[in-house]
Ligand binder design. Structure first.
Ligand code: CP
Ligand code: NVA
Length: 308
């Protein structure tokens, strides 16, 4: 089996995503079938940033697959004192079977992958959050059925790591995506070009607008994320002003299709990017989505390790 990583949804085919969704469905329905699937395997989890969902869902997921997970804060390993990414990757590859990393610079995760002899999973970088996007589209298959083709997802907010990952994933699941962001908070042109190439191939649409209502109109899913991501805390106040009018509230949700659901990767700030009424309302699927991180990431680990 050749070495595979999960760094970006750009590297994952539509067929591989379908495989991950059907595996996640089975893992969720019959967890006992997979209790020993990764027995004796160890996952190393490197964190440069905070986490609730990613840390707990990967650790519990590995335990429930029969394996073991190690939490490695970058502050406590030699990486934080200047040991190179390459050396860290080569050394960890001698001890563990799979590595997940959450970092600031995207180059840290690609650097790990360049030197690793075991699979690397991107657990969020400043650029991308592929595990979350896999989970989000898996969650939509639970709501709308396995074929998401022809549906539209609207992303309202910052052109950040979530926007990039959802944009790269949409063509792979046959969905159109509309992204509404204020001026100055655009998506990275590099990821836009990759997503546009994938959309052209898939025959789907990517629309960028500054009008949240136009983005949400006709959407089956409405998504938002924090206005200030990890590492941008000092900009939070300026961003609150710049994102005025971009709150996903009941009025905006009313522009979507009647069956539309609301998604958010979490953590969320009620009263900022989403109203409390939407986050906790009947269209919200945010806690199913958070739970699904566990099932989807079990599927990702089984796939990367060739165990299913
Ligand atoms: N959505 C997500 O990745 O959450 P955490 O930051 O809590 O891991
Ligand atoms: N865009 C957010 C996502 C958190 C899961 C961040 O990077 O902080």
């Amino acid at each position: 089996m050749s070495l595979r990583h999960l760094i970006s949804l750009n590297d994952v085919t539509a067929a591989e995503l379908r495989h991950l969704f059907s595996l996640a469905t089975d893992v969720k329905a019959s967890p006992e079938k997979y209790r020993q699937s990764l027995a004796g395997k160890t996952l190393a989890m490197i964190f440069e940033k905070s986490s609730t969902r990613t840390r707990v869902s990967f650790e519990v997921g590995m335990y429930e697959l029969g394996g073991h997970a190690l939490f490695l804060s970058s502050r406590d390993i030699q990486l934080g004192r200047g040991e190179t990414i390459g050396d860290t990757s080569k050394v960890l590859s001698r001890y563990v079977d799979i590595i997940m990393a959450r970092t600031f610079a995207h180059a840290t995760v690609t650097g790990l992958a360049a030197s690793a002899t075991v699979p690397i999973i991107n657990g969020l970088t400043d650029d991308l959050h592929p595990c979350q996007a896999v989970t989000d589209y898996f969650t939509l298959t639970e709501v709308f059925g396995a074929d998401l083709g022809g549906r539209k997802i609207a992303y309202v907010g910052d052109g950040n790591n979530m926007a990039h990952s959802l944009m790269l994933g949409a063509p792979k699941v046959g969905m159109d995506i509309a992204i509404a962001r204020p001026e100055g908070y655009d998506v990275n042109p590099h990821y836009l070009a990759l997503a546009q190439a994938a959309a052209e191939k898939a025959g789907t649409e990517i629309v960028l607008t500054e009008d949240p209502r136009a983005a949400v109109e006709g959407a089956s899913a409405v998504y938002t994320d924090v206005w200030a991501s990890m590492g941008q805390e000092e900009e939070a106040e300026k961003r609150r002003a710049d994102f005025e009018g971009f709150t996903v509230d009941e009025t905006l949700m009313a522009e979507a299709r009647p069956e539309a659901v609301f998604l958010h990767c979490l953590p969320c700030h009620r009263g900022e990017e989403v109203s409390a009424g939407v986050a906790d309302g009947p269209q919200s699927r945010i806690f199913d989505e958070a739970e699904n991180r566990l099932h989807a990431q079990k599927a990702i680990m089984l796939w990367l390790l060739g165990a299913a």
